[in-house]
Design a protein around this ligand. Structure first.
Ligand code: HEM
Length: 380
């Protein structure tokens, strides 16, 4: 898609797409503005329909201030950099266990064996899901993020219904876990969420449940894709592996570069103009939907010299892979930490990564996600 994005940045940086009835925004500067100006570009579809403000059970990601501010302040406490840093030993242990299991095989689907399970196990651990329930939890969250195989047909309908069923099961499960914490608090995120308050207010039951589901939906597949996309770049450009092996201190900067170069969230699809506004020479009308193309902004030559090169030591690297502004990814510190631990271990333990012979990468179906379905690799 990158050649297309470059062409759009040059010829139609802000364009209306009639078929989808949305505005696409391609340049860094304009994407940055859309994400920074939350008053003009609302995350809440209802706000521009002039009906009620977001209701209590809406998801954080679709709220505007003041609701967003209050809710975000409560959940921020669970994801401070300090709290996240304390998780490092546990993430290292999970990483070690997963890689031990494939050691000596010389060939894996990285997603199935490693990048898929890692974030799910980590978030289950943080939430305080008992180890015995982990397999259930993994099945549910896999189903939740599974992309529908085909659209506009029975298979699609079936998969949407399956998702609705799984959300219900998972919701009931979280409810049971939360009730148990009300009786016996634990040293886990569910307890933090139950007890956290801002100005005397706590999250209500609906908010607690929708937040737990949001963590799975927003955090698991994205982190899987960060790790997978990075290793894909390593397989495409083996000299990156040599550089990182020689200088492991560059791993954190390589994670940032992977986020920029192959951004897992290709686009943020839901901003709504609260007033008529000019952007990139076009007039966007009140109520219109705006799609911010992160994957294009992150390759914009006007912001990043040699934007199409993967530079492990790029500095500065003000990429927008986690969004920007008030909705900046809550899980960014966790995703970064998992990415760093995972890639360090992969570089150490999987020398000479190559695509398995005959591999043809299959992109996932959604254009909003930049990822492949499988990553079959070999290593020495
Ligand atoms: C928001 C990307 C990992 C939880 C966002 C947004 C982006 C993003 C682009 C902004 C959405 C918007 O502005 O509408 C990513 C990427 C990840 C990642 C690329 C991995 C590499 C995670 C993880 C978690 C998480 C691990 C939680 C455990 C959230 C939440 C929000 C969010 C709760 C909503 C924040 C708000 O609305 O205030 N993420 N994310 N994300 N992310 Fe992430």
């Amino acid at each position: 898609p990158f050649a297309f994005f470059q062409n759009m940045r040059e010829t139609a940086p802000v364009r209306y797409d009639q078929d989808r009835d949305t505005w696409d925004v391609f340049r860094y500067e304009d994407v940055y503005r859309v994400l920074s100006d939350h008053t003009t570009f609302s995350s809440n579809r209802n706000a521009v329909l002039r009906s009620n403000q977001s209701s209590d059970n809406a998801s954080l990601i679709a709220m505007d201030p003041p609701q967003h501010t209050k809710y975000r302040n409560i959940v921020n406490r669970a994801f401070t950099p300090k709290r996240v840093q304390d998780l490092a030993p546990r993430i290292e242990e999970i990483t070690r266990e997963l890689l031990d299991a494939v050691e000596g095989t010389g060939e894996v689907d990285l997603i199935r064996e490693f990048a898929g399970p890692l974030p799910v196990i980590v978030i289950a651990d943080i939430l305080g899901i008992p180890a015995a329930d982990r397999h259930l939890f993994k099945e549910w969250s896999d189903k939740l993020v599974e992309s529908p195989h085909a659209q506009h047909d029975e298979a699609y309908q079936a998969s949407m219904m399956e998702k609705a069923r799984v959300s219900q099961e998972l919701g009931a499960y979280f409810k049971k876990q939360l009730d148990a914490r009300r009786v016996t608090p634990g040293d886990d995120l569910l307890t933090v969420l139950l007890e956290a308050e801002v100005e005397g207010e706590r999250l209500n039951e609906q908010q607690l449940l929708s937040f737990c589901l949001l963590l799975l939906v927003a955090g698991n597949e994205t982190t899987t894709n960060l790790i997978t996309n990075a290793v894909r770049a390593f397989a495409e450009q083996p000299e990156l592996q040599t550089k990182l092996r020689e200088n492991p201190d560059l791993i954190p900067s390589a994670v940032e570069e992977a986020l920029r170069y192959y951004s897992p969230v290709a686009a943020i699809p839901s901003r709504f103009a609260t007033q008529d506004v000019e952007l990139g020479g076009q007039w966007i009308k009140q109520g219109d939907q705006v799609v911010a193309w992160l994957n294009s902004a992150n390759r914009d030559e006007a912001k990043f010299p040699n934007a199409d090169q993967f530079l492990v030591d790029r500095n500065p690297n003000p990429h927008l892979a986690f969004g920007w502004g008030i909705h900046f990814c809550l899980g960014a510190p966790l995703a970064r930490l998992e990415g760093q631990i995972a890639l360090k271990a992969i570089i150490e333990r999987m020398p000479n990564i190559r695509f398995k012979a005959g591999t043809e990468l299959q992109p996932v179906t959604s254009t909003l996600v930049f990822a492949v379905k499988e990553l079959p690799i070999t290593f020495d």
